[in-house]
Ligand binder design. Structure first.
Ligand code: AMP
Length: 546
């Protein structure tokens, strides 16, 4: 199922596609508005370059996304929390003919102090929300309202969206995701979330610039569900957010573990608030055991799903339903079994596959893997390659039958399944087929000759009685790690200060870990800063604490 086909199918019903506070958008309007926008884009563009969207949450964003897809162009979502430099970098990289600006002039129209950037924007048409509404309103009965034929839509291996993720070099990298990639994701993820074409409400909180949001958008819209948007403004006001959640009566929750961790700190965040909730999906960072335990207690009727994957492999490629057994095992939670049409390979530093159970870098091979970073050959060579062996010898017969049922168009691209991505993540395959995630390749350090996984320390710190969350940062002197510093958020704040809290925490921590792994210094903070994607912002912590 393709997302645009989904829009067409449910446009024949009275279902709602998006709700954002008092605003609603039906599937009928989504289909109609996106045709107008697609025709407008086609008529007013000089190139087929991607269309950029600068926004957070708004019912008119989806018509622009679908409009871009119908016009045969990819869209590039930029969240309003992107710093100016990042917006300029993205615009410079993709050279859009149009940017849809939902901030009503906060960024693009306020050109004071941006004289030096004018050159970059001279060929870009900036369309405000008001312009957009006028375009739609004025063209409801004109030529532009004509249905865009499906041979014009983005298809096959053409880009549907490009998501910019922060690059280690400081310039963002644009991950290109095609219709082919997305169809594979939709087929896999929809049944996991119970999104089956019946009327469902799906939470729409993660920013569209974060690939996790694709989990609600694509399975949701392809299957006629209603997205219930929670904007940054709503999330910033806990009372309002809980009111909105109550109103939503959502069936499906999608967020980072950090976001739900915040919600869990409020005692009213229970089944009573969300009685219909049956699926909770987390992808993007470690799901702490304690978070999962609380969720199982507070939402006993819901499945807690831990998914794993990078943006480069279309959001997620493995999942597991967390059981009480997982929670009580004393181990970190597994990140799941790979989707049936993909293969995970664990390799050593020479790129050789290691025996089952052994740790190495996680390589993803399959239809989810992106064709690479947009116009960034150097990085593509490092991260992507084509796998030469046939990794599908392991596909079971039942699944093969399913694959054969797909459209000819998707089958045509099957050779693309051999694309492979080096994740930089470390992991192993457990006896039961689950992937165990063991941190980043680049988070492994050597301290005084000892090999240490930073995340190992962080996981142990979270076991300390009064520790809610912790990040460990290596402190370098003369290009060598001199010591480790722990940044800690307490469960119950006190006025003991860094030193006394540090002594207490380190003493307890020494129950779980050898001495050489204990961070030398501890800094207490009120709350962990998070980035646009809702993950802990390590870069910011480094800037502030090192
Ligand atoms: P992103 O591209 O922002 O989604 O980040 C992808 C990275 O997040 C992966 O390469 C992993 O390092 C990490 N990640 C994703 N899912 C999980 C998970 N369930 N547990 C731990 N880390 C995860």
């Amino acid at each position: 199922m393709n997302i645009v086909d989904g829009v067409k199918k449910y446009a024949k019903t009275d279902r709602l596609a998006v709700i954002e506070r008092e605003d609603i958008l039906s599937y009928k309007d989504l289909d109609k508005f996106s045709d107008i926008i697609a025709n407008y884009i086609i008529r007013n563009s000089k190139t087929v370059n991607p269309v950029a969207i600068y926004a957070n949450k708004d019912i008119m964003i989806l018509p622009v996304m679908i409009g871009a897809l119908k016009s045969g162009r990819a869209y590039v979502p930029m969240d309003v929390s992107f710093p100016q430099q990042r917006v300029d970098d993205v615009v410079e990289a993709v050279c859009p003919d149009m940017v849809f600006d939902f901030t009503d002039g906060e960024y693009f129209f306020n050109k004071e102090n941006r004289e030096d950037k004018k050159e970059n924007y001279k060929n870009v048409q900036i369309i405000s929300r008001q312009d957009l509404c006028e375009i739609v309103e004025e063209n409801k009965n004109t030529e532009l309202a004509k249905e865009v034929p499906n041979d014009q839509w983005v298809k096959g291996d053409e880009n549907s969206y490009i998501l910019f993720t922060s690059g280690s070099t400081g310039k963002p990298k644009g991950v290109q995701i095609s219709t082919y990639n997305l169809n594979s994701f939709i087929e896999w993820m929809s049944p996991i979330l119970g999104i089956d074409g019946s009327e469902k409400v799906v939470m729409d909180q993660p920013a569209y610039s974060f690939d996790l949001s694709v989990s609600q958008l694509y399975p949701g819209i392809a299957n006629g569900a209603t997205l219930y948007s929670l904007s940054k403004k709503v999330v910033a006001d806990f009372n309002l957010m809980f009111e909105e959640m109550k109103k939503s009566n959502m069936d499906v929750w999608v967020s980072t573990p950090t976001f739900i961790g915040m919600c869990l700190s409020d005692d009213s965040f229970t089944e009573e608030l969300l009685p219909n909730l049956r699926k909770l999906l987390f992808i993007g960072e470690v799901l702490p055991v304690e978070t999962a335990r609380k969720l199982r207690e507070r939402f006993p009727k819901a499945e807690v799903i831990n998914g794993y994957g990078p943006t480069e492999a279309t959001v997620g490629i493995s999942h597991v339903i967390i059981s009480d057994e997982h929670i009580n095992s004393g181990q970190s939670l597994p990140v799941g079994v790979p989707m049936p049409n993909s293969k995970i390979k664990i390799v050593d530093e020479q790129g050789k596959e290691v025996p089952k159970g052994e740790k190495g870098e996680i390589i993803i091979i399959g239809p989810s893997v992106s064709k690479g970073y947009y116009k960034n050959e150097a990085k593509n060579l490092e991260a992507f390659y084509v796998e030469e062996i046939d990794p599908w010898t392991e596909i079971d017969a039942e699944y093969k039958k399913e694959l054969d049922k797909r459209s000819d168009e998707d089958k045509e691209f099957d050779n693309l399944r051999y694309r492979a991505y080096r994740t930089g993540d470390l992991g192993s395959i457990l006896e039961d087929g689950n992937i165990k995630y063991s941190g980043r390749k680049d988070f492994q350090i050597k301290l005084n000759g000892y090999r240490i996984e930073i995340e190992d320390i962080e996981n142990n710190l979270r076991k300390v009685t009064n520790v809610k969350n912790a990040v460990v940062l290596p402190v370098y002197k003369n290009e060598k790690i001199a010591f480790l510093k722990a940044i800690v958020e307490l469960k119950k704040s006190n006025d003991l200060g860094n030193l006394k809290n540090g002594i207490k925490i380190k003493k307890e921590l020494s129950n779980f870990m050898p001495e050489y792994m204990i961070p030398r210094s501890v800094a207490i903070i009120d709350s962990m800063p998070t980035n646009t994607n809702g993950k802990i912002d390590r870069k910011k912590l480094k800037e502030e604490y090192l």
